[in-house]
Design a protein around this ligand. Structure first.
Ligand code: SF4
Length: 94
């Protein structure tokens, strides 16, 4: 590779945005196996009637929620969940 070609390639590569890992991952879907097993719902209100659900529990106040990780959930490898969602693993933020 000639020097000029190398410099062009290096300049082009430097323009590729570097996204945080969490931004490259998909949102958690209610239909995927782990979400189903945890009864994850995107709106906590849909969990009314579930034995473990109590009013006021949302992903946004769960200890596994990672607002600094694109609203990820630690139980889902920091993939994004809805802030107003819920699952049966909800634990109050200490
Ligand atoms: S563990 Fe917490 S943050 Fe994760 S999906 Fe369940 S309620 Fe939401």
């Amino acid at each position: 590779m000639k020097r000029r070609q190398f410099l062009k390639t290096a300049a082009a590569v430097s323009l590729i945005p570097v996204l945080p890992a969490s931004a490259q991952q998909t949102d958690v879907s209610e239909d995927e196996p782990l979400a189903k097993s945890l009864n994850y719902v995107k709106e906590a209100g849909k969990a009314k009637g579930h034995a473990k659900y109590a009013e006021g529990q949302i992903c946004g106040n769960c200890m596994f929620f990672r607002p600094d990780q694109n609203n990820g959930c630690a139980l889902f490898s920091n993939r994004r969940v809805e802030k107003e969602g819920w699952c049966l693993s909800w634990v109050a933020t200490p």
